[in-house]
Write a protein that binds this ligand. Sequence first.
Ligand SMILES: [Fe+2]
Ligand SMILES: [Fe+2]
Length: 291
Amino acid sequence: MALPRVWLYHRKVMAKKDTATARQPARDSRESRRLTVAHISDLHAGSPYFVPNLMDRAVVEVNELAPDIVLVTGDLTEMGFKQEYLLAKSYLDRIECPDLLVIPGNHDSRHVGYVHFEELIGPRSCTLSKEGVTIVGIDSTEPDLDHGHIGRARYRWLEEKFAHEARFRIFMLHHHLLPIPGTGRERNVVYDAGDALEVLQHCKVNLVLSGHKHVPYAWRLEDLFVVNAGTACSLRLRGNIKPCYNVITIEDDRVEIVRKHPFHGTEAMIAFSPSTLAYEKSVSLREQEER
Ligand SMILES: [Fe+2]
Ligand SMILES: [Fe+2]
């Protein structure tokens, strides 16, 4: 994937600032461990705002990218109906990736839709360890409610899943843990977000991935980077935000996250060092909307 222009700019800036690093001899390429993750969210299959062409294109683009892992953070469906699950699954089944992790969103838990999720998609929580990266995904939904909830009963489970050695830890859930600009009145933030954020800090999680608000955004909070994906293929949009999905590249001590608009270009979101926590957030939401 070609680097977006903003990265090129930032890389030039970083090269000026970090001359000591620039003088170091190049590392043996065998030491480099690059992992690419595609993060798709909020398909809303079955909604009148679902655009099959956009989802079809997103699948084609993801297959061309050939990521190591694909993550889908919920709202596969609009109402949790079986036929909507079958439609969403018909697209997910075309993703050619050995590690596809999917968790439900609030729309998937409507009308007892979690039954279809478990039958057609799989368990509602998931874990994966690959090349030193640990990913834990959790079902943050409550039946027929829109708000998110993790719950004290699952904090110990999270701590156990993140306990073993890892070079990078990712937690994914559907709902947002931090408010997201440009989304109007704040609603549906995870009910126990404060406690959950402390648990995640304690677990040494590096990156939290979520969806739900249909607005891509990135925050840094203490040692955590919290990054939201937009809707990949629906027109349930806020303001001038366009459908998109995120691509995360983890390589040595640098993580880059860009958003990709199906049929269109790639734009930088945030890049950071997991060890120093230095980061560059590329564009504000206001800049996104003005494009
Ligand atoms: Fe959604
Ligand atoms: Fe949602």
